[in-house]
Design a protein around this ligand. Structure first.
Ligand code: CA
Length: 233
């Protein structure tokens, strides 16, 4: 008989694929890892009653993004799609004192929810909120010579424009910088037959970084799916 050179195959497949988190296990994950500034907890609570509350990122995703910002030593970040400002708060708290976040959104109403929390957390001075279509904001920054000027970008806005955001982020983010793209699993709909406009836009977007030699890539099943694309040199 052939000598076994590898460990016996496990009886289940859990180690070879990502776990499905039921409520109990998800609670355990949060109980054993979540660290939030009190203002983050308060802002999440304040967002819970917002009509579009489902748009806020999950708390463990905010913590992951904060960790990534620190890992790459980011100083200049961009957020496309602020909503009530939970992710902006997570990123701003992770930035050094001189760090800056360019926060792009079109809604004064939803971003106004977050501003008092940014203030009370002591990071408002790090956040430059620009209320205008993000494509125009990014084009203006590129025209102003900010090519490669940013370390980290988070894309979490209208899905129809995701490709435009991704292409511009590849210009404003430096080599070795990171682009994070939210909602890429879209509650699972990207794997189905839906012809809904947002689903199709996400399906097209997901095909792009996969074959894109300009980036290193990982798609994480955290929150609603988060693609991490590191710009190659
Ligand atoms: Ca989102």
């Amino acid at each position: 008989a052939r000598r076994r050179l590898t460990a016996p195959r496990e009886k289940n497949t859990m180690s070879r694929r990502t776990l499905t988190l039921d409520d109990r296990l998800y609670r355990y994950l949060l109980d054993h890892s979540l660290r939030e500034h009190p203002e983050q907890t308060a802002l999440r609570e304040a967002t819970r009653t917002h009509p579009r509350a489902g748009m806020q990122i999950s708390p463990e995703q905010g913590q992951l993004m904060a960790l990534l910002v620190k890992l790459i030593g980011a100083r200049r970040c961009i957020e496309i799609g602020v909503f009530t400002g939970c992710s902006a708060l997570a990123v701003a708290l992770a930035l050094p004192e001189e760090g800056r976040l360019l926060a792009c959104d079109v809604s004064d109403e939803s971003t106004s929810v977050g501003r008092p929390f940014w203030d009370r957390a002591g990071v408002a001075q790090k956040i430059e909120l620009v209320l205008a279509p993000a494509l125009a904001t990014l084009d203006a920054r590129l025209a102003a010579g900010e090519t490669g000027a940013y370390d980290f970008a988070f894309i979490d806005a209208d899905k129809a424009s995701y490709d435009g955001y991704y292409e511009r982020c590849l210009q404003v983010v430096r080599a070795g910088g990171l682009i994070a793209i939210d909602n890429v699993l879209w509650s699972g709909r990207v794997a189905g037959e839906s012809t809904d406009e947002d689903t199709v836009a996400l399906q097209q977007l997901n095909r792009k970084p996969h074959g894109d030699e300009r980036v290193d890539l990982s798609l994480l099943p955290i929150g609603d799916g988060l693609t991490l694309a590191r710009r190659r040199g």
